[in-house]
Design a protein around this ligand. Structure first.
Ligand code: UGA
Length: 461
């Protein structure tokens, strides 16, 4: 359904509405999808970043991240002269009416969001405020950042009559962020005046005219909606992982349990796949920030804290299961193949990837790790340089004592299990994403473990 809508959206020429001149500051995952996406809606967009190398790459037509559909989206909008890239951030600000801040807000040492990059952009904006502009924070920022940003701008010499702050959080999932941007479930716009709301709505006019639900609210609510949504999803994931662990202890089947739970429309079927714990740059960071934020205000949020604790514990499950299947207390001296390094499928991102924890645990216990990922190898190589990186799944699996599947890449569902059995030293698989058919694994004589869908130790023929 969404895919067909996406195609319709892409072929509609977005003309006939008041389009805006927009600068997007920051060309990370968020900025680099939002910029071309806003250009697709007919706006004139300049994406700016202080990273000159990255901008040079983009100007040459090279895309620094792997994101399905992004290449085409960027090329199409450059060809229509609605999209360009610059490392002159000041000039981009001066030439635009709406400035989107889309820089990173990483986790600081105490767990709260580090706003230093947002602050640096605000200082640059204050310097180049050459006329009235809407300043929109798209980065995920704690409640109160809009008001804080206003103070910073004024302290840096900006005329308060020359800007209006807004908030417009993103709900993009890596791996499907182009589709999520062009066909979102909803738009959230936070602003303090009707005029600022109207300008923000104009930017998204094609979506609003097509009936995309949009929530116009104040800046604080908009900021909190983002954290509330991510934390809720994180709680849902930790909940299903706890249920999966109960299934493993009792012989219940997590796949069927999730299916039946999801049929209740109040629960919904999405985000009920158990696994090795959630990762990525968003859920761990945003839950942690919300816990810190609440604590500083004397508010208890034990549910969100518990989601983080459960997630931490869940990362040990693949190793616990591996040891059981191998019948050892430690995998020392064993060769373990790891398929999947990205924190989830369809991305090259390894930030907070459960695969990183599992590999580190294996290395700490002196196992040899042979790893393969279709897109994330280069990124993981920078973080864990001392394991063996392979160029195919089969190469990683060859001569391994056991295989662990860590990322839900669709191609791992279609592994040739019969062929794999002939090249492994012992036929042992920990399927931490429940991708494989347990019937087939059993039929072929594998010893295997899943997350919530049972475990089987094959008897020697
Ligand atoms: C998440 C949210 O889904 C987006 O809406 C949000 O915009 C984004 O964070 C953000 O704040 O920028 P993302 O981190 O890209 O997006 O990835 P998700 O698809 O949400 O997956 C997060 C983690 O949960 C992954 O490790 C994934 O493998 C895991 N997961 C997801 C499961 O283990 N089971 C599931 O059923 C679903």
């Amino acid at each position: 359904m969404k895919r067909s809508l996406l195609i319709i959206i892409c072929i509609i020429p977005f003309i006939g509405h008041a389009t805006q001149k927009i600068a997007i500051i920051g060309t990370g995952y968020v900025g680099l999808v939002s910029g071309p996406g806003l250009a697709e809606f007919g706006n004139t967009v300049i994406c700016a970043d202080i990273d000159k190398d990255k901008i040079a790459m983009l100007q040459r037509g090279e895309i620094p991240i792997y994101e399905p559909g992004l290449d085409e989206l960027i090329k199409r909008n450059i060809a229509h002269k609605r999209l360009s890239f610059t490392s002159d951030v000041g000039q981009a600000i001066e030439d635009s009416d709406v400035i989107f801040i889309a820089v990173g807000t990483p986790m600081g040492d105490d767990g709260s969001a580090d706003l230093r990059y947002v602050k640096a952009v605000l200082k640059t904006i204050a310097k180049h405020l050459n006329g009235f502009k809407i300043i929109c924070i798209k980065s995920t920022v704690p409640v109160g950042t809009g008001a804080w940003a206003k103070h910073i701008l004024i302290a840096e010499g900006a005329d308060p009559d020359l800007f209006e702050m807004t908030s417009n959080p993103e709900f993009l999932r890596e791996g499907s962020s182009v589709e999520d941007f062009l066909v979102p479930d909803r738009l959230v716009i936070g602003a303090s005046t009707p005029e600022a709301h109207d300008i923000m709505c104009d930017i998204y006019r094609p979506l609003i005219e097509k009936g995309t639900p949009h929530v116009n609210t104040n800046i604080e609510t908009s900021e909190l909606i983002k954290y509330a949504s991510n934390s809720f999803l994180a709680v849902k994931l930790s909940f299903i992982n706890e249920m999966a662990n109960l299934c493993d202890a009792t012989g219940a089947h997590a796949g069927t349990l999730a299916l039946a739970m999801g049929m209740d429309q109040r629960i919904g079927s999405k985000f009920l796949n158990p696994g090795p714990g959630f990762g990525g740059s968003c859920f761990p960071k945003d839950c942690q920030e919300l816990v810190c934020f609440a604590q500083k205000r004397g508010i208890c949020v034990p549910t969100i804290q518990a989601a983080l604790t459960t997630n931490q514990l869940q990362k040990f499950k693949p190793i616990e299961k591996l040891k059981k299947l191998l019948g050892v207390h430690t995998p020392e001296g064993k060769t373990i193949a790891v398929l999947g390094l990205a924190f989830k499928g369809h991305t090259d991102d390894v930030r907070y990837s459960p695969a990183k924890d599992v590999i580190s645990m294996l290395c700490a216990e002196y196992a040899t790790v042979k790893a393969y990922d279709p897109e994330a190898t280069a990124n993981m190589q920078r973080e864990l340089p001392n394991i063996i990186y392979c160029t195919s799944a089969m190469q990683a699996i060859e001569d391994a004592d056991a295989l662990i599947i860590m990322t839900e890449w669709p191609q791992f569902r279609h592994l040739d299990l019969a062929a794999i059995k002939t090249i492994m030293r012992s036929p042992i698989i920990v399927d931490a994403r429940n991708l494989l058919s347990t019937e087939l694994l059993q039929e072929l004589g594998f010893s295997y473990a899943t997350i919530g869908n049972g475990m089987h130790i094959a008897t020697l023929a």
